[in-house]
Design a protein around this ligand. Structure first.
Ligand code: ATP
Ligand code: MG
Length: 437
């Protein structure tokens, strides 16, 4: 892509409500545009990043055997009346009537709909376990949409649902998701820690919010700093190892606000290891047993032919929130650096161009073609502008690698730079190798 052709409608005058750096950056680099309060259009640069995040989420869901499907955004109120949530959900639910006057709603989540799908087809324990997920827009009429894509009304979420015969089996499904989440966030270059969260009347300890530390986060967290040291690579993908993994995490104190008790914190965590800070919730997994299957009469035959309510859990990841959260985690001192796995481009070529000298641009075009042939996603800054302005612009766009074609390039060597590191002079072959690793 040539920068001169890229649709980046930069917002010059930031609105007053853009208080946090991710919101500001996303507006300044034209990743999103607000359409109304808490509702955004995703423009090419932002959309590309979000799609890359989505794909990583998808791959890690598929890896654990979850199956992708797609449920609609608009749902009938009937199933919500069955579960009892139509009244409970309150004003966050966007309620709509169709032309026949039927009560519909824009789905804020999908427990009811998936339970309805499941009960109409699965009747026997033999079909269990099942893990189903979709990645779909959700709508919640948040009372205070803010922080750009972090808390909005319309947002993109991966939500998965597990179906099992017993609590014991359900725990295995839960552990798989736990593992999948850790892998997903690791691939996104994020350190997201599972923190024990409230389970409400369901009880038990199977509810975790995955949180990344950030001053601008809305979640208050309390943790033992050892929880940040657990290496996930040492666990295998089998039930025994995954159970151990979850236990290892759960044995170290790490909780969100609603679970926090000062006395317990002080008793379990030495003063020097105590972390009290803020974080961004990027995912939430939750085992709720028969909370929906029971009122909705979602029954299966067990081994003895007895009918029993299927045991369910739900597992959410805020895909669109993750775009903002990744920026919060990686944008420092006015320099953005996207993790390689989700960067909008693999590399940017920055030639020094002036009215009378287009030689560097020609060289840059050649490099551009070469890299494209190798399936490397390249951005070429073909805009005629002085280098210091260019560098400032790319500090914001955040492509992690730069090839600078200017006075230093000679003997077919070019200045290659990884953002926040020193540059080096490399041949194009060496650059290709670096970009492909
Ligand atoms: P929160 O406490 O932040 O409101 P929640 O408990 O309502 O989150 P879930 O229903 O568990 O969230 O949704 C799963 C994930 O979807 C969350 O972990 C978060 O990443 C994302 N999410 C939830 N609400 C929003 C929102 N209003 N805007 C953007 N992302 C959201
Ligand atoms: Mg919420």
């Amino acid at each position: 892509m040539h920068l001169s052709k890229l649709f980046i409608p930069v917002t010059k005058n930031l609105p007053a409500e853009a208080k946090i750096k991710s919101h500001q950056l996303m507006l300044r680099t034209g990743m999103i545009k607000q359409s109304s309060a808490g509702i955004y259009s995703w423009l090419p640069l932002g959309f590309k990043v979000m799609k890359k995040i989505e794909q990583i989420v998808r791959e890690e869901q598929n890896f654990i055997g979850a199956q992708e499907m797609l449920m609609p955004t608009i749902q009938s109120s009937e199933i919500w009346k069955e579960s009892g949530r139509y009244d409970d959900y309150g004003e966050e639910m966007l309620r709509i009537k169709d032309r026949q006057g039927r009560e519909m709603l824009y789905g804020p989540t999908n427990e009811e709909l998936i339970t309805d799908i499941f009960r109409s087809s699965v009747k026997s324990y033999k079909s269990l376990p099942q893990l189903l997920y979709h990645i779909q827009w959700k709508f919640r009429d948040e009372i205070r949409p803010r922080f750009g894509v972090m808390r909005c009304k319309e947002f993109y979420m991966k939500d998965a649902y597990s179906f099992d015969l017993s609590d014991e089996d359900a725990r295995k499904s839960y552990n798989k998701m736990f593992y999948s989440y850790l892998k997903t966030f690791e691939r996104l270059g994020l350190k997201a820690i599972p923190m024990a969260a409230d389970t409400g009347p369901i009880g038990g300890d199977l509810s975790h919010e995955f949180i990344i530390l950030a001053d601008t986060g809305e979640s208050q967290i309390y943790a033992d700093k050892d929880v940040f040291e657990i290496e996930i690579d040492k666990y295998n993908f089998d039930d025994k190892s995954l159970e151990k993994m979850r236990k290892d995490f759960t044995n170290i104190y790490a909780v969100t606000d609603d679970k926090f008790k000062e006395e317990e914190f002080n008793k379990r965590v030495k003063k020097e290891k105590q972390i009290k800070t803020k974080g961004i919730e990027v995912g939430h997994i939750f085992y709720f047993s028969d909370k929906y299957s029971k009122p909705m009469n979602c029954l299966i035959d067990d081994k003895d032919g007895k009918k029993t309510s299927v045991k369910m859990g739900s597992y959410g990841i805020g895909v669109s929130r993750l775009v903002g959260a990744t920026i919060e985690a990686n944008y420092n001192n006015n320099i953005m650096k996207w993790p390689k796995s989700i960067s909008p481009f693999d590399v940017v070529i920055i030639p020094s161009i002036s009215k009378n000298n287009k030689e560097n641009l020609e060289k840059a075009e050649k490099i551009y073609q070469e890299l494209k042939k190798q399936n490397i996603d390249v951005l070429l800054d073909d805009v005629e502008e002085n280098m210091s302005n260019k560098f400032k612009k790319h500090d914001l766009i955040g492509v992690p690698y730069q090839i600078i074609v200017g006075s230093k390039s000679e003997n077919e060597k070019y200045e290659f730079k990884e953002v926040n590191s020193k540059s080096e002079m490399l041949s194009l072959d060496k650059i290709k190798i670096k970009l492909k690793i």
